[in-house]
Design a protein around this ligand. Structure first.
Ligand code: FAD
Length: 511
């Protein structure tokens, strides 16, 4: 009897360095490459604040569809094709395993709680049905479980300890897949093609300034090659240096959306960086180098995997308990780019239109929303990023929101980004603001970072009356930031006194 394998794609949308695909091909007569369109992720949700599903905005859904089309194209070149289904992934998968008499099932290991739960259900079914399961770690450089084990059962909570435990990552797979076993008979199963946005029930994205980042492995490898072609740039890469306002040629690689969907293997990226380092005299080192950035990624994956309730304040042992405000009006002003602070608003509009912003730009808006000015819960900001970023990544997004709100990892709450002077250092002419907030395009550079200070005659000449065409600031930064610092100091004191067991009532006493 023919031996049938099924490879279940979720992330890992690539051919290169794909151990799950490689394994499926070994000693199999037929390989079924499957992707399940999960309604949980893709079904249109008309109640959400922006077009998209309940989980993802349209830019990210579009990026996913482009990545699937590219994967299908690459599989076809190797003699196979992508088999797309729609429905609850566990139901669909178990049905296919039965129908095709699959003997080997492989899929990339995923640390996210949502996938952990799906994967356990699928593994239980497979084990009861005598199907071999292979679920390799290939989304990250390291296996987070190994690091947690080496650290005595808990994840390391700072980067340096993580790096010490991590040592050298596994190299990427050296075998290059040059052909694939054919897809077997699909029987009664109704195979779909990769749908368009329209077929999923969305209108096409129509806006003047759409995300310039296209999905897929081919794009990822092109972008990687281009980024690494300038060896000096790679060798001198130092973050957080770099201009957050550079948007025509961003100051960093913009490989995050490709790493998020696994269109690019982080192990392959790491190896390519090592090759560049070998070819230059000297280079920067972690945490600031490009390799350092990949280690940050793995660091957050490891802590997130080993910390129950990592995406919440309550019940999260690494998170300070802080009595954040719940102010919908301010949240909406921030989300929609209407805070009256052009630097903050331009970043939020870039997020909405492009689904990507520079790391320091993310710092500024996350700090502004939480401990800098508005004192709104980091979970609310996290949700907005989670919906709108094309690189939205459960571990990294939560980890960075915890960091920026001074809830975990970083505790220097006195260091606040100024919403008026920080951006000016990089972009005194405010080209970034003029691009993303065209309403301010004619405002003289002396006033553009604080347009409410412009005399009325200047506002009139610039066709932008503050309070009418563009909002007045929603808070006064000087007083708001002082009040935020006072409240965080108070909350820190409470956390110290209660030694990690702060109750709802304790928090209420600080409101
Ligand atoms: P590069 O500087 O070129 O770095 C290369 C890769 O290293 C990135 O693609 C990314 O995978 C990784 N990396 C870089 N910085 C970090 C970091 N601080 N933490 C973890 N990994 C990092 N990044 C995401 O990929 N998804 C998110 O959902 C996300 N949410 C964030 C939320 C906030 C509040 C903040 C402050 C940062 C967030 N980041 C997130 C981290 C970082 O901003 C982006 O990874 C980076 O800006 C992506 O651009 P790049 O690919 O050009 O990065």
């Amino acid at each position: 009897m023919a031996s049938n394998s099924l490879v279940w794609f979720r992330k890992g949308l690539r051919i290169h360095d794909n151990p799950a695909l490689d394994h499926a091909c070994r000693n199999s007569d037929h390989v079924y490459p499957v992707f399940v369109l999960d309604p949980h992720y893709l079904e249109p949700d008309s109640t959400a604040f922006s077009p998209g599903s309940s989980r993802a905005g349209l830019n990210r859904i579009q990026f996913l569809l482009e990545s699937l089309n590219d994967l299908d194209y690459s599989l076809r070149k190797l003699g196979s094709r992508l088999l797309v289904f729609r429905g609850d992934p566990v139901d669909v998968l178990t049905g296919l395993l039965k129908e095709w008499r699959v003997e080997k099932l492989s899929f990339e290991f995923d640390t996210e709680p949502y996938y952990q739960s799906l994967d356990n259900q699928v593994k239980d079914y497979a084990s009861a049905a005598g199907i071999e399961v292979f679920s390799p770690v290939s989304h990250t450089l390291f296996n987070p479980a190994d690091i947690i084990h080496k650290n005595g059962g808990r994840p390391p909570l700072n980067y340096q300890s993580f790096v010490k435990l991590a040592e050298q990552p596994q190299p990427p797979l050296s075998t290059i897949i040059s052909s694939l076993p054919p897809v077997g008979n699909v029987g009664i199963c109704e195979v779909l093609g990769v749908p368009t946005l329209k077929e999923l029930g969305y209108s096409e994205i129509i806006q003047d300034d759409i995300s310039p980042f296209r999905g897929g492995e081919s794009e990822a490898l092109k972008r990687l090659k281009l980024s690494l072609s300038d060896k000096e740039w790679v060798a001198n890469f130092e973050k957080p240096k770099g201009d957050p306002s550079a948007f025509l040629k961003p100051a960093t690689t913009v490989l995050s959306p490709y790493l998020k969907f696994g269109c690019l293997s982080s192990r392959y990226f790491y190896q390519c960086l090592q090759d560049v380092y070998k070819a230059v005299k000297k280079h920067t080192s972690p945490p600031v180098s490009l390799v350092g950035q990949l280690l940050w990624r793995d660091f957050f994956y490891c802590v997130a995997f080993g910390t129950p309730n990592f995406d919440k304040m309550k019940g999260n042992r690494v998170c300070k308990q802080i009595p954040w405000n719940d102010d919908d009006e301010l949240l909406v002003a921030w989300r929609e780019g209407r805070t009256g602070y052009p630097w903050i608003d331009a970043i939020m509009i870039q997020l909405k239109k492009w689904g990507w912003m520079h790391h320091l730009a993310r710092h500024c808006v996350a700090c502004f929303l939480t401990r800098g000015d508005l004192f709104i819960h980091w979970e609310r900001g996290r949700d907005v990023f989670d919906r709108l970023l094309i690189d939205s990544d459960w571990s990294i997004n939560n980890g960075n929101w915890l960091w920026l709100s001074c809830s975990s990892f970083f505790y220097q709450y006195n260091r606040i980004y100024s919403p008026t002077s920080f951006g000016k250092k990089y972009d005194p002419d405010a080209n970034y603001i003029r691009h993303f907030l065209p309403v301010l395009k004619d405002m003289p550079k002396e006033y553009i970072y604080e347009p409410w200070t412009a005399p009325l005659a200047i506002q009139t000449k610039a066709n932008c009356i503050i309070g009418k065409d563009y909002p007045k600031p929603v808070v006064a930064h000087d007083t708001a930031s002082k009040e935020c610092k006072r409240r965080i100091a108070e909350a820190y004191e409470l956390n110290r006194k209660m030694d990690g067991s702060v109750s709802e009532e304790d928090l209420r006493s600080l409101r």
